[in-house]
Write a protein that binds this ligand. Sequence first.
Ligand SMILES: *[C@@H]1O[C@H](CO)[C@@H](O)[C@H](O)[C@H]1NC(C)=O
Ligand SMILES: *[C@@H]1O[C@H](CO)[C@@H](O)[C@H](O)[C@H]1NC(C)=O
Ligand SMILES: *[C@@H]1O[C@H](CO)[C@@H](O)[C@H](O)[C@H]1NC(C)=O
Ligand SMILES: *[C@@H]1O[C@H](CO)[C@@H](O)[C@H](O)[C@H]1NC(C)=O
Ligand SMILES: *[C@@H]1O[C@H](CO)[C@@H](O)[C@H](O)[C@H]1NC(C)=O
Ligand SMILES: *[C@@H]1O[C@H](CO)[C@@H](O)[C@H](O)[C@H]1NC(C)=O
Ligand SMILES: *[C@@H]1O[C@H](CO)[C@@H](O)[C@H](O)[C@H]1NC(C)=O
Ligand SMILES: *[C@@H]1O[C@H](CO)[C@@H](O)[C@H](O)[C@H]1NC(C)=O
Ligand SMILES: *[C@@H]1O[C@H](CO)[C@@H](O)[C@H](O)[C@H]1NC(C)=O
Ligand SMILES: *[C@@H]1O[C@H](CO)[C@@H](O)[C@H](O)[C@H]1NC(C)=O
Ligand SMILES: *[C@@H]1O[C@H](CO)[C@@H](O)[C@H](O)[C@H]1NC(C)=O
Ligand SMILES: *[C@@H]1O[C@H](CO)[C@@H](O)[C@H](O)[C@H]1NC(C)=O
Length: 653
Amino acid sequence: MFTTALTSVFLLSLGLEASAQSTSARTAYTPSRGACPADFQLVRSAGASNQTLGQDESNYVSTRKSQVQPSSWSTYLQNVQAKNFTLPDYVTSTLGNGSNNGMGLPNLGIATSGGGYRAAMFGAAVLNSLDGRNATSKDIGTGGLLQAATYLSGLSGGSWLVTSFAQANCPTFQDLVFGPSGSNNSTTDFGGWNAQFDLFLPSSNTTENLLFITEAISETGGKHAAGFPITIADPWARLLARHFANGTNPTNFFDTSVHGAGITFSGIANQSCFANHQLPLPIIVSDTRNPNDNESDVVTAEGDVVPLNNVIYEFTFFEMGSYDPPLASFTPTRFLGTTNTSSCVTNFDQATFICGASSELFNEFNITLQSFLTSSVGPVISILNSSLPEDDSVVELDVTMVPNPFFGVANGTFPQSNQAFLRLVDGGEDGQVIPLQPLLVKAREVDVILAIDGTNDISGYAAGSSVIATQNRTSFFPSAYSFPQVPTDINTFVGQNLTHHPTFFGCNESAPVPLLIYIANGAAPPGLPPITNVSTDQSSFTLPNAQAFLDEAYVIATQGFPNGSQTSDSEWPACLACAVVDRVRAKQNITRSGICSDCFNRYCWNATQSTLSTNNGGSGSSSSSSVTLHGNLKSTYAYGIIGAMVILSMAIL
Ligand SMILES: *[C@@H]1O[C@H](CO)[C@@H](O)[C@H](O)[C@H]1NC(C)=O
Ligand SMILES: *[C@@H]1O[C@H](CO)[C@@H](O)[C@H](O)[C@H]1NC(C)=O
Ligand SMILES: *[C@@H]1O[C@H](CO)[C@@H](O)[C@H](O)[C@H]1NC(C)=O
Ligand SMILES: *[C@@H]1O[C@H](CO)[C@@H](O)[C@H](O)[C@H]1NC(C)=O
Ligand SMILES: *[C@@H]1O[C@H](CO)[C@@H](O)[C@H](O)[C@H]1NC(C)=O
Ligand SMILES: *[C@@H]1O[C@H](CO)[C@@H](O)[C@H](O)[C@H]1NC(C)=O
Ligand SMILES: *[C@@H]1O[C@H](CO)[C@@H](O)[C@H](O)[C@H]1NC(C)=O
Ligand SMILES: *[C@@H]1O[C@H](CO)[C@@H](O)[C@H](O)[C@H]1NC(C)=O
Ligand SMILES: *[C@@H]1O[C@H](CO)[C@@H](O)[C@H](O)[C@H]1NC(C)=O
Ligand SMILES: *[C@@H]1O[C@H](CO)[C@@H](O)[C@H](O)[C@H]1NC(C)=O
Ligand SMILES: *[C@@H]1O[C@H](CO)[C@@H](O)[C@H](O)[C@H]1NC(C)=O
Ligand SMILES: *[C@@H]1O[C@H](CO)[C@@H](O)[C@H](O)[C@H]1NC(C)=O
C-alpha cells in the first residue's frame, strides 16, 4: 500500500511539475552570498569551563534588566497582591522594589516543550496564563510572569509557538492561534496558526494536495540552484511557514504568494516587541547527529535516537552554537550558511527553517537514499536517480543540513569538526523534550525555571521522561550545567502524581542549581473529560477543537494543586510567586516563612520521602507495576506523505 501510494504520487507529480509557480517564495527562500562585514567573526569561542555570553545577548539582557524588568516584576507582584494573600515581606520586597536593594531580581527562564501541535497548544495556554495582558490571567494572579521572564526557550512544537509569537510581534495567544481579529488577510500580516488546515494534506482534494506539496518543494529550488543541499527539512520549513510565519490566512492558504519566505530568524530582532526589550530572549533548541552514531544502537524504549551526550545546538536571533564543552562555540545566526570569512551567506536562517531544524524528526523513518534504494520503492527511486542532481555521498535527505561553521574547531573533542555539514534533527530526539539545556548554562545565571511539559509519555500525557533525561545528561557535563534532583524513573512520577499538578524540584538545593517549577500536561483537570492528550501525529484541529483544547489546558495551567474535593488551589498564585523568589530569598539568608512555607510543603518534591508531604497517608509510590512508555516520537506523521516529499524533491529539483 505504501508503494502504491508513493508510485501514484510520483506519477501525478510528473504531470504537475510544470504547473509549479512559486516565483516570489522561491526567490525569497534563496540564500545569497556577498562580502563579509569588516568586523566579521565566523566563530566566537565561548569557553568550555568559563563560559561567556555573546555581546548582543549580554546587551539585550542587561538593558531589559535595568529598563524593563523592575516594572514588569512589580506589575506581576501587584497582580498577585490583588488576591489579598498575606505574603512574607521578602516576596514583596524582592519583586516590588526595583533592583531589590542590590540583591537582584529573580532570573526566570521559561521552557516550552516539543510534542507537535499538542505541545504547541499546551504551551500557548500556559504562556497565556502567565501573560499580564490577558485580563483573566491578571485577575487570577498569575498574569505578568511572562513579561518578567528573562529567557523563553522552545523546542520542536514549542519552537513553532515561540517563533510564531516573536515573528508576529507578540500578539495575544488567542490571536496567535486564531489570527488577529479584523485581519485584512494580507500577504505580510500574521494570519494565525491556520490549524484547521492539515500540515501535510490540507485539502480534501487529492490533486490540490499534490499541487500544494509540489509548490512547497519547488519553493526550495532557488536554494538548490544556489548550491545548498536540499533535504526534507526544506519543504518542511515551507509547510511550517503556512502556519507559523506571517503571510498565510484561510483565504490565501493554497495560492502561490510568498507565505512567509524571506522572514529570517535573525530578522525577528527587528520586531518592535523585541527591539523594545519587551520579550524574554527566545532560544530554539536542536539536536545533532554525529557521523558515526549507530542509530540502531541508540534507539531506546522511549524512541530516542540521539545519544544524550551529542552536542545540543541553540539558536537565538544573535547566535547559533552550543555551550556544551566539546564545542563551546557560536556563529552569527544572520550569517548561517557561511563557512569562511571571505564570502558571507545571508537569508539562509529562514525563521521556519530554524523551526524545521528543531522539529525535524524524519530521520526516525530512516529515510536515507541507501535505505530507500534497497526498499520496495527502490525501482522508482532508481529511475529518479538519473535526474537527481545531489551528491548522495554528501546529502542526507532525512536531516537538516547546515554548512558547518565550526569546521576545524576544537578538533579532538568536537565530533563534527571534520564534517562539511552539521546534521540537525528534532531537539527532543535525545529524550529531552523540554528545552532546558540553554537555561542551565551557568553564565546565564538562571535561578528559576518554569518548565512546560507537553511530552507524550503515556496516552498523550506527560510522565516526566524529559526531565529524567535532562538529569542524566547533566551528569555528563557537571562542570557546565547544574540541574535539581528529580526522580530517576517515571514510575515515581506516576505513583506520586507529579505530573497531575505543578511540582517544584530543587527546593532544598541551592544556587547555582536552579529551582524547577514543573507544569505538565499530565491529566485532565478534576471533573473534566480528557482533551489535551491528543496524539503527536495530530496535524490539524478544527477551530472549535483548538479552542476547547486551549480552554482545558488553561485550567491545567491555573488549577495548582487542588486537594480532595477542590477543583483548584486558590493559593496557587501565591505559591508561584514564592517559588520564583525563592533563590533570591536564600541568597539573603532569609528563612522561608508564612504562606511560602505552606506552599513548599505542598508543592515540593522531597527526594528523601516516598511521597509528597501532603495528608495522603504516604504510600504513594508503592505501585510496583512498571509503567510502559508509548513511543514519544516514533509514531508520528504519516509515512506516505514524507516519502512523497522525498521522491518529489528528487524528481523536481
Ligand atoms: C573567565 O572569563 C572572564 C571573562 O572573559 C575572564 O575575565 C576571566 O579571566 C576568565 N577566567 C578564567 C579562569 O579563564
Ligand atoms: C482585597 O481587599 C480589598 C480591600 O479590602 C478588597 O476591596 C478586594 O475586594 C479584595 N480582593 C479580593 C480578591 O478578595
Ligand atoms: C484570556 O484568556 C482566556 C483564558 O484562556 C481566554 O478565554 C480569553 O479569550 C483571553 N483573552 C484575550 C483577550 O485573549
Ligand atoms: C479574511 O479571511 C476570513 C476567512 O476567509 C474572512 O472571513 C474575512 O472576511 C476576511 N477579511 C477580509 C478583510 O477580507
Ligand atoms: C507579522 O504581522 C504582524 C501583524 O499581524 C506585524 O506586526 C509583524 O511585524 C509582522 N512580522 C513580520 C516578520 O513581517
Ligand atoms: C480538485 O482540484 C483540482 C485542481 O484545483 C480541480 O481541477 C478539481 O476539479 C478538483 N476536484 C474536485 C472533486 O473538486
Ligand atoms: C537504517 O537503515 C540502514 C540502512 O538500510 C540500516 O543499516 C539501519 O539499521 C537502519 N536503522 C534503523 C534504526 O532502523
Ligand atoms: C584533526 O585532527 C586529525 C588527527 O588528529 C588531523 O588529521 C586533521 O587534519 C585535523 N583537522 C583539522 C581541521 O584540524
Ligand atoms: C538515565 O540513567 C539511568 C541510570 O543510568 C538509566 O537507567 C535510564 O535509562 C536513563 N534514562 C534516560 C531517559 O536517559
Ligand atoms: C549569607 O550567609 C553567608 C554564610 O553565612 C554569608 O557569607 C553571606 O554574606 C550572607 N549573605 C547575606 C546577604 O547576608
Ligand atoms: C523529606 O522527607 C524526610 C522523610 O520523611 C523528612 O525527614 C524531611 O524532613 C523532609 N524534608 C523536607 C524539606 O520536607
Ligand atoms: C494520585 O491521584 C489519584 C487519583 O487522582 C489518587 O487516588 C492518589 O491517592 C494520588 N496519589 C498520591 C500519592 O497523591
